[in-house]
Design a binder for this molecule. Structure first.
Ligand code: ADP
Ligand code: MG
Length: 378
């Protein structure tokens, strides 16, 4: 086997002090096993399959598979992918400063003080997130930072000190929610600056940055000549072309089981067969903490200011990894009827919802690419 990649489970932004939960770690080993199982095989004509992975950007493992003519060609792609992820990670980081770089942390730190000159990749990410906020019901809001920071801090405390885990108070959350208006973020394209006009405002791009970065890198790699490959950054998978093994016409991407209690503890609940597309999952199992025996995850409903309650996971297929990442969060935050209607209304977008009871719902087009519905690699 080759080319199969499993969705990863760690989220952006980076939280350097938090150890990986065991299941995430085990899963990453499993993912690596899938990826590397075929290393060295799959030689067909002029193409060989190569794979490698690196850690340290976007708080996750980035895995790369490519069919290339020789190792040197593969290494050229791989090194470029790694360098670009490193740079984009630094730009989109809201937790750390880097010498000589204005990043999103700089923008947050200067809230209420002054506009910050930033690289084009930051402006593009923010414009992208605002555009999709406007053309969807807008549950995904990168200006929700003040609310998300409260949840982040309570979660970090609850994880390091489980017996003291607490929930934030309604008042605290409501106060923070008064400073989350995305329309107030001033993006000056001509000047190349971003300004948060209220010192309590704060950007959090965790819902979109990994996918957006993955798409940027994938397009650069296609321009550099990469014809066939997979780039996977923490549950954000971008497929380029088709596997050049002379056998298959589509890549197989595993859909992770959100819960060992579903489907008899199988690590995967399904597989999706695609070419030239992105597959991104948002799930309640990816990052959470426990209070009084109940898990509280990291995707926050802006209406209730609490973790969204509709699904275990939502997987989106779209032509673009930024769009797929945005939508995986957005669809997770909408009730099924609305969520399904949004997915069906968007050209080239398909979705799979894993419900609380483990059952699956999917768009018509998703049904045609799911293994469980009879799809395959041809
Ligand atoms: P992951 O990054 O774990 O793959 P998502 O793409 O769904 O999953 O992004 C979740 C992250 O998005 C959270 O960790 C948080 O930083 C941010 N987030 C949570 N709720 C919202 C929201 N309503 N709007 C915008 N960002 C959100
Ligand atoms: Mg997302």
């Amino acid at each position: 086997m080759s080319g199969r990649i499993v969705k990863r489970t760690i989220s952006f932004p980076p939280k350097p002090l938090k150890p990986l939960p065991l299941r995430v770690f085990l899963f990453s080993l499993l993912a690596a096993a899938f990826l590397f199982a075929g290393a060295g095989c799959g030689k067909t004509g002029e193409y060989n399959r190569y794979s490698d992975s690196f850690f340290g950007t976007f708080d996750t493992v980035v895995q790369v598979v490519a069919y290339a003519r020789d190792r040197q060609e593969f290494e050229g792609y791989y090194n470029q992918i790694q360098a670009r992820f490193q740079r984009l990670h630094q730009l989109y980081d809201t937790y750390n400063d880097y010498e000589g770089i204005n990043n999103l942390k700089t923008v947050n730190d200067r809230a209420g003080k002054e506009p910050v000159k930033v690289d084009r990749e930051i402006i593009d990410l923010l414009l992208f997130a605002r555009e999709w906020h406007q053309k969807t019901p807008g549950q995904t809001n990168i200006a929700l930072g003040p609310v998300l920071k409260i949840w982040h801090d309570y979660r970090a405390e609850g994880l390091s000190n489980p017996e003291k885990a607490r929930l934030p108070s309604r008042e605290e959350l409501a106060r923070a929610a008064g400073h989350t208006d995305l329309d107030r973020v001033i993006i000056d394209e001509a000047a190349g600056t971003v300004y948060l006009p209220d010192s309590n405002m704060r950007l959090d791009v965790g819902a979109v940055a990994k996918g957006f970065a993955t798409e940027l890198v994938a397009r650069e790699m296609m321009a550099a000549g990469m014809k066939s490959g997979l780039i996977s950054a923490g549950g954000n998978v971008r497929a380029i072309g088709k596997p050049l093994d002379g056998k298959r016409d589509r890549w197989a991407i595993g859909v992770q089981n959100p819960d060992e209690s579903i489907a008899g503890e199988e690590p995967l609940v399904d597989a999706i067969y695609v070419n030239d597309a992105a597959i991104v999952t948002s799930g309640d199992y990816q990052r959470y903490y426990i209070v009084d025996g109940r898990p509280y995850h990291h995707i926050i409903d802006p209406k209730t200011l609490m973790p969204a309650e509709y699904y275990r996971a939502v997987t989106v297929v779209a032509p673009d990894a930024g769009v797929a990442d945005y939508l995986s969060t957005e669809l997770f935050l909408l009730p099924l009827e609305e969520s399904m209607a949004l997915a069906e209304s968007l050209e080239g977008v398909e979705a799979l919802w894993i419900m609380k009871d483990g059952s699956k719902k999917f768009t018509t087009g998703m049904g045609q690419v799911l293994k469980s519905q009879g799809a395959g690699s041809q």
